[in-house]
Design a protein. Sequence first.
Length: 460
Amino acid sequence: MTSRATLRMRHSAVWQSLFLIILGLLLVQNSLAQQNAPLRLTLDQAIDLALKQNHSIHLRSLAVEDMRSKKDEARSNYMPQMSASGGVHHVTELAGVEIPAGAFGNFASTGPVPSKSLFIDQGSATAYTGGVGLEQPLTQLFRIHQANLAAKQDVLVAQAQLDQMQDGVALQTRQLYYGVLINQQQLEASQAQLEAAKIKDSESRGDVERGNALEIATIESKAAILEAQQLSLSLRLRGEDLERQLADLLGLPIGTQINLDSNVPSLGTDVPSRPEAVRVALEQNQDIRVARETLEKAKAGLAAAKDAYIPDITGSSRYSYQSGVPLLVHNFGTFGFSLSYDLFDGGRREAQIRDARTAVTSARVTVDKLESEVSVQVQSAYDRVEELKEMVDVAEQTVVVRAEAARLADRQFEQNAALSSARKQAHADLSNATASLLEASLNLSLAEANVKTIMGQIPR
């Protein structure tokens, strides 16, 4: 009985172990399947992911934090500077003061004063000093104020560069997203063209065998097949490269499978009128923002260079303790003002002022130059939008014509009035027209997004 019970327990343990192993294998397989599943993304999700995980944006964010830390460092110069110091000093020999007997006189009632020679030590051989000091810059506050203005402009420049990077990454994400979709549609059209070429090749070989066509027809059909295969291969390699670029831009591991949503709105991005776009671009364009902040920083540098002619006056106070220093009490305090001024510097300050004025002039010219260039960019971008709108209209009409041609080819094939190759070619032409329409529509949306980027806005 005992052996049977033991055997049943062993069988139960074995079955439990097998169950746990199978369960573990199923969980691992499910986890691997989830990891290998393609990542499905819409356009907005792809842009949000790029803004969150792109490495270049992350570096720009760190640059903004660095500039903010430097601004806080510059602001600390407004505050009084408190410091503590101390020391131990030992001298090998002390001179002291010797007063000989009778140095102060010799009187009948007292005798010589002093009655014998005296020796007064001057402190001790080992002295201990320590204290806490406080210094407050006064006239230096003019230059400190200008340095804080410059640090503030550095933060604004870094923030504008971050915004510029975000706009650029969003636009690049849209470009790659559209590029992948266009490539997929073109690849599908090329496959349809390849199928049509294969059917035409089969018909040509049949005609040659029956004596209804020359041998050259077979050669031409084979050449058409090779050309279609070459186009398909080129499009496939191009698509793989676009997907790798998109994964890198989104901050994903290279090779991540991405399933893009092909239902992209064909209306594109909402853009204002041309004059309104020019006005907004002159106010919000990131390059112009950077140039204007750089101009303000240059003005602060010029003011600081002029303030270098102001004498440095510093208020200070100190509490000190000493032991072993002659003629001083153990604890005492000092306070007052100190003044410093360079009487001759070899023309250094004047050269700094000239350099600062040049920087201001250069920054002002840069602002004017960028304002002119941005106005031209907006006008060119709107011309591109209008051109693409016409291309979309033509592509839509082409799709309508090709669709009607495919419908007629189907009817003729059903009535035995057309060959299978003609029917397949009509549908291949329809696929090519559809791909051209998608490309034109997405390029139009991309051009409108470019307008928003020039305006200093994230294209969504």
